[in-house]
Design a protein around this ligand. Structure first.
Ligand SMILES: NC(=O)c1ccc[n+]([C@@H]2O[C@H](COP(=O)([O-])OP(=O)(O)OC[C@H]3O[C@@H](n4cnc5c(N)ncnc54)[C@H](OP(=O)(O)O)[C@@H]3O)[C@@H](O)[C@H]2O)c1
Length: 356
């Protein structure tokens, strides 16, 4: 392993995903980055209620984790001119790459899309697990990244670290994705699976929240908005579509009763919240709805597992399953994308020339 040059990472968001990433970065995540020629340091962290911190020489991550876990603010370790807002932070933080892990806004994809745009304009690479920018602004952000000669990578936006975007992009050259179907929302799969076992829905939701897999506002999971945003992110990235979440036909699981779930189970079926996409003339149509899936069908996943079946022209159907999705796998998605960034960044000579 080479020691590598410093790859300066700035983070927006230090919640379940951001903190797990920060825990793993100095340990198992440092090795693949070093192999790609980079020694990662985190030069800035921005949050909503825990303040912001920038240190151009690298923050002490353990100390930052301790502060936030104790409910204290990060400002105590800030070593840079004042940044009164997250926007100021993104505009000024000394960094080579922005890791965007703020909460999903399923209505407009903001302010994450703005954070991504500002970072790309400054010629920072961007890595995100936030599906908002991918569902609402992928075409524009990809165009901006291309013009700036930077990477905009978002593997963690759907199915955490299980390769979906990178699978098609890197391993399936020339393949056209004609459609897809999947159980993509782990929270609803967990809840429906626990309801099969007789656990009340409210308790199952609390379990999903304790696992860190539920959205900050769990109504986005239950009402199918998260699944709709994921469907749009996939359709836009893999099928060249330009669909937006409000145009998705959507029904969530809020009205599903324990009796319904158990009757389906007795009939050899599992209720799951399914996303389907298909081409319809020139457009791509998306639908999110609970379906009674026969046991044995790839969509009949158990627990919080997620599954995606891609329908392609040259490769038939390809299924990808993520077993027991958790926040470690989302943190891994950030790592996988950062390794790609580190490769591009090393080839360029290891320093981002900042603009703006
Ligand atoms: N959790 C998962 O398993 C998972 C899986 C795949 C994708 N994702 C995506 O990853 C992202 C992060 O998820 P999470 O579970 O880590 O969320 P989370 O626990 O709610 O954490 C969100 C973080 O963002 C900060 N934040 C909120 N608004 C901000 C703003 N305007 N500027 C700066 N920071 C802001 C919050 O600050 P405070 O700490 O001060 O509240 C918090 O640190 C989401 O987009 C989610 O959809 C999550």
């Amino acid at each position: 392993l080479t020691r590598g040059r410093e790859l300066r990472i700035a983070m927006v968001g230090f919640g379940n995903v951001g903190r797990r990433f920060a825990e793993l970065l100095p340990g198992p995540f440092a090795r693949p980055l070093k192999a790609a020629g980079a020694r990662p340091i985190v030069t800035g962290i921005a949050t909503a209620r825990h303040g912001r911190a920038i240190d151009p020489h690298g923050l002490d991550l353990r100390h930052c984790l301790r502060l936030v876990r104790a409910g204290r603010r990060l400002d105590a370790v800030h070593e840079w001119p004042d940044t009164p807002s997250t926007i100021d932070f993104v505009q000024t933080v000394p960094a080579d790459v922005l890791v965007e892990v703020s909460p999903l806004d399923p209505i407009a994809g903001e302010p994450a899309t703005r954070h991504v745009r500002i970072a790309l304009r400054r010629r920072l690479h961007v890595v995100t697990a936030n599906k908002g920018p991918v569902a609402f602004a992928l075409g524009r952000l990809r165009g901006l990244a291309r013009r700036q000669g930077r990477l905009f990578l978002h593997e963690g936006a759907v199915m955490d670290g299980t390769p979906v975007f990178n699978l098609v992009e890197r391993c399936l050259p020339g393949v056209r994705v004609r459609g897809f179907r999947g159980a993509l929302n782990s929270t609803t799969s967990h809840i429906l699976s626990r309801m099969e076992q007789g656990v009340p829905a409210a308790q199952a939701l609390r379990e999903a929240q304790a696992l860190g897999i539920a959205e900050a506002d769990p109504a986005h999971d239950l009402e199918g908005r998260d699944a709709a945003v994921k469907g749009c992110a996939l359709a836009n990235a893999l099928m060249g579509a330009s669909v937006r979440p409000p145009s998705v036909r959507r029904r969530g699981i809020t009205r599903i009763t324990a009796q319904e779930v158990q009757a389906a189970a007795r009939a050899g079926r599992r209720l799951r919240l399914i996303v389907r996409a298909r081409r319809d003339g020139g457009a791509v149509r998306l639908r999110v709805a609970p379906e009674k899936v026969p046991l044995g069908d790839p969509l009949a996943v158990s627990g919080a597992d997620a599954v995606l079946v891609l329908e392609t022209d040259l490769m038939g159907e390809i299924g990808v399953i993520e077993g027991g999705g958790n926040v470690d796998q989302t943190a891994y998605a950030l790592l996988a994308d950062l390794v790609a960034v580190a490769g591009a960044w090393s080839r360029e000579g290891g320093r981002t020339r900042l603009c703006g």
